[in-house]
Design a protein around this ligand. Structure first.
Ligand SMILES: NC(=O)c1ccc[n+]([C@@H]2O[C@H](COP(=O)([O-])OP(=O)(O)OC[C@H]3O[C@@H](n4cnc5c(N)ncnc54)[C@H](OP(=O)(O)O)[C@@H]3O)[C@@H](O)[C@H]2O)c1
Length: 282
């Protein structure tokens, strides 16, 4: 496994296992398989309604806590300072963990500047090792940076060959953020996986197109946690460290016309505000 070092000095595995749109039953069935297959980095969120199952799967896997890197995310209803403190404790309770490796604000709405103080306090109290942001644009990241005494270490946004985020990354080149990419495989988009630019490359290295895309992420310096329920894909996605794309191959992939799958709205869409009761998990 490759690790990146974040701007707070903590290390993060560059490849992980994502649990978006996984039911609790799916998490309990497949997360222990992923850990047995060598995945040590797990990405979940309050809003995935599967943290209880993630906690159970971690216990069932028999893995040592210190060998795992666990991320969760809070939703905007919980950003106001006092609510944020309670939400961090509730997240740890559902996961049945003493600490999180990484906690993110999931969506860029509401009282995120106020809540950031609670995130910083959670770091000082040892409840959370590192803190970051997801889906924040450059202006909103800068709002946090103006007030922060502990800077975000990670920015988790959509990243894939169709939306490589080179522009946003260049804005923050001096902050040494680690960039995490959601929809790393375009959410499994068959059109992305069948783009001609990948075909010859996959054949050359004896890899699948998905493996070539994940290798592109590694060389772009992105952190990714593709989601899969398929054991072959799970094994394939981790088998990307024995080949290297050439500069020309990287450049060809970076010439793919750019368009995101999902444009994050500036104002909060109604679904952001819930009602969201995370204690209700199967
Ligand atoms: N912060 C945010 O707002 C946000 C938003 C979205 C996602 N995320 C995080 O990012 C993670 C990944 O995103 P995602 O799950 O939406 O999309 P993704 O990982 O890009 O795509 C998942 C899809 O790709 C397929 N797939 C996986 N490996 C494959 C392979 N080797 N070959 C062919 N198909 C493959 C899977 O199907 P099979 O089951 O058939 O393999 C699944 O349908 C999430 O699980 C979550 O942790 C965060």
């Amino acid at each position: 496994m490759q690790y990146l070092t974040m701007n707070d000095g903590n290390k993060i595995p560059q490849l992980g296992y994502g649990t978006f749109q996984m039911s609790s039953a799916e998490v309990e069935a497949h997360l222990p398989e992923a850990i047995a297959a060598g995945y040590t980095h797990i990405d979940t969120a309050n809003a995935y309604y599967n943290e209880v199952a993630v906690g159970k799967a971690i216990k069932a896997s028999g893995a040592k806590r210190g060998d795992l890197f666990v991320t969760s995310k809070l939703f905007p209803q919980d950003y106001p300072y006092k609510k944020c403190k309670a939400a961090i404790d509730a997240t740890l309770g559902r996961l049945d963990l003493d600490y999180l490796d990484l906690l993110l604000f999931h969506q860029p709405y509401g009282e995120y500047v106020d809540g950031w103080r609670a995130m910083e306090e959670a770091v000082k109290e040892g409840k959370v090792r590192s803190i970051g942001l997801s889906n924040f644009n450059d202006r909103k990241v800068k709002e946090i940076l103006l007030e922060a005494t502990i800077k975000p270490v990670v920015i988790q946004v959509e990243i894939n060959p169709r939306w490589n985020q080179h522009q946003l990354k260049s804005v923050f080149a001096d902050e040494h953020f680690v960039w995490e990419g959601w929809y790393p495989l375009g959410h499994g988009d068959k059109k992305l996986l069948s783009l001609p630019v990948f075909e010859g490359v996959a054949e050359k290295y004896g890899k699948s197109v998905a493996q070539v895309i994940l290798r592109w992420h590694m060389q772009e310096g992105n952190i990714v946690f593709p989601k899969t329920l398929n054991p072959q894909h799970m094994a394939d996605n981790a088998n990307i460290f024995d080949f290297e794309l050439t500069d020309e191959e990287m450049a060809a992939i970076n010439r793919i016309p750019q368009k995101p799958y999902y444009r994050v709205p500036d104002e909060a869409p109604a679904w952001v505000w819930g009602p969201n009761d995370y204690s209700q998990q199967a």
